[in-house]
Design a protein around this ligand. Structure first.
Ligand code: ADP
Length: 153
């Protein structure tokens, strides 16, 4: 089914994200993990370069996955990479409400773009980057939630 963009903040990239990409590889020839980032307004908690290295390390044996950063409309990024699909994960009804609006807007911006949603595997459904940042900030162990070595980020 060609190329899909998997866009997000990935601050940090979690086992939940990894699950979506792994399952997405059964649907798409290529998946581009696209980290949305505004270099002039650095609001990230985890270091961007370290996060890219850890995502790349996670997929070092999978040449169908690549990682990029971007600072433009996701719909424009998809056209540039000739990707006809956006891959997103759905955990719950809160995700659904939000994703539904974004998907409509993205298809208005780029009518040849379709959003494809995978329902989260139950064992990862509770994993949330915002909560992981909070746990890390106060010295808690986050290693169980990440698909790579947590001491490297
Ligand atoms: P955003 O800032 O765009 O919400 P995130 O990095 O939080 O970016 O998430 C990127 C995508 O991954 C979204 O589609 C989100 O719903 C999905 N996602 C986040 N956490 C999980 C999880 N635990 N399991 C499956 N999908 C998830």
């Amino acid at each position: 089914m060609g190329t899909a963009i998997f866009p997000g903040s990935f601050d940090p990239y979690t086992k939940g994200h990894h699950d979506i990409v792994t399952r997405g590889l059964a649907l798409f020839d290529k998946i581009i993990i696209a980290i949305g980032h505004n270099s002039r307004k650095n609001t990230r908690y985890f270091d961007l370069d370290k996060m890219i290295s850890m995502i790349d390390a996670t997929y070092e044996n999978e040449d169908r996955v690549s990682t990029i950063t971007y600072n433009e409309l996701t719909a424009t990024l998809a056209s540039t990479h000739k990707a006809k699909f956006l891959l997103r994960g759905l955990r719950n009804t809160t995700d659904f409400e939000y994703e539904n609006s974004i998907a409509q807007i993205n298809s208005n911006l780029n009518p040849s773009l379709d959003s494809v949603f995978l329902i989260t595997s139950p064992e990862f459904a509770y994993i949330n980057s915002t909560i992981i940042r909070e746990v890390h900030k106060y010295g808690g162990d986050i290693s169980a939630y990440l698909p790579y070595d947590s001491s490297s980020i």
